[in-house]
Design a protein around this ligand. Structure first.
Ligand SMILES: NS(=O)(=O)c1ccc(C(=O)NCc2ccccc2F)cc1
Ligand SMILES: [Zn+2]
Length: 262
């Protein structure tokens, strides 16, 4: 089957031909229209709590669509907020970016794109036995989204990722990150967020994600983003750089968009 991607011939506009769910009514990302976000008292009551372990020797791989750090953390927990009584466990994290820093995030805020977006992907271990099984259910996954702003301070945790990218230049390559990674350090200091029911933002676009998008961005440098764009989408000599890997916003439709000002 033709490989999906982000070019005109295999990108978001044609995904629904190969992956029917991509044309569904609860797709992600969406434009977050802050004026319609309802501050839901329920969310204030049930505080979103997370607990991560610090891990070293995490495997990072070039998926051909970007980099992904596999971080199955049986000791991690994400619960509360919009997640009901279930406990979600960290599985992996990755990010999305654009050709320039004027674009790159998947979610937008009142039409504004950020320079990139980090996704911390969790699955519902209370109800399901595996990530793949959870991805078949409407409450199977919870993804934390964190926007990237470009600034002068490089993000030390992101630098640990960047320092390995030269070893995974080509699709399919992987290596271990020697440094200790603590996913908590990827989160902004302000913990206010928006939340809504959506999907995976890449094929097969399963409608299985409870999205939690933090309001406050974290800062990375242009140099760090430049390094992301040096990854190759191909496995061989041919060099097709992964310069953009974000899906544009999809219709919110009649979905509720709730906010919590933690
Ligand atoms: N960008 S994102 O929305 O955070 C996102 C998160 C995870 C996946 C994924 O795991 N795909 C493979 C996959 C799909 C379905 C079932 C099992 C899988 F491994 C895709 C997109
Ligand atoms: Zn993602």
């Amino acid at each position: 089957a033709a490989e999906w991607g982000y070019s005109p011939t295999n990108g978001p506009d044609v995904w629904a031909r190969l992956f029917p769910q991509a044309g569904g009514a609860r797709q992600s990302p969406v434009d977050i229209c802050t004026s319609i976000a309802s501050s839901d008292s329920n969310l204030e009551m049930k505080k979103l709590t997370f607990a991560y372990e610090s891990q070293s020797d995490l495997r990072i791989l070039n998926t051909g669509h970007g980099w992904k750090v596999e971080a199955p953390q049986s000791g991690s927990r994400l619960e509360g907020g919009p997640l009901g009584e279930d406990i979600y466990q960290l599985e992996q994290f990755h990010c999305h970016w654009g050709e320039t820093s004027a674009e790159g995030s998947e979610h937008t805020v009142d039409g504004r794109a950020y320079a990139g977006e980090l996704h911390l992907v969790h699955w519902n271990t209370t109800k399901y036995q595996s990530f793949a099984e959870a991805a078949q259910h409407p409450d199977g996954l919870a993804v934390l989204g964190v926007f990237f702003d470009v600034g002068n301070e490089s993000n030390d945790e992101i630098e640990k990722i960047v320092s390995t990218l030269s070893e995974i230049k080509f699709k399919g390559q992987f290596t271990d990150i020697p440094d200790v990674i603590d996913p908590t350090t990827f989160l902004p200091s302000g913990l206010g967020y928006w939340t809504y029911l959506g999907s995976l933002t890449t094929p097969p676009c399963n409608e299985c994600v409870i999205w939690i998008v933090y309001k406050e961005p974290i800062t990375v440098t242009e140099e760090q983003l430049v390094q992301f764009r040096c990854l190759s989408a191909c496995s061989g000599e041919a060099e097709e750089f992964i310069v953009k890997n974000y899906r544009p916003p999809q219709p919110l439709g009649n979905r509720a968009l709730r906010e919590c000002n933690a």
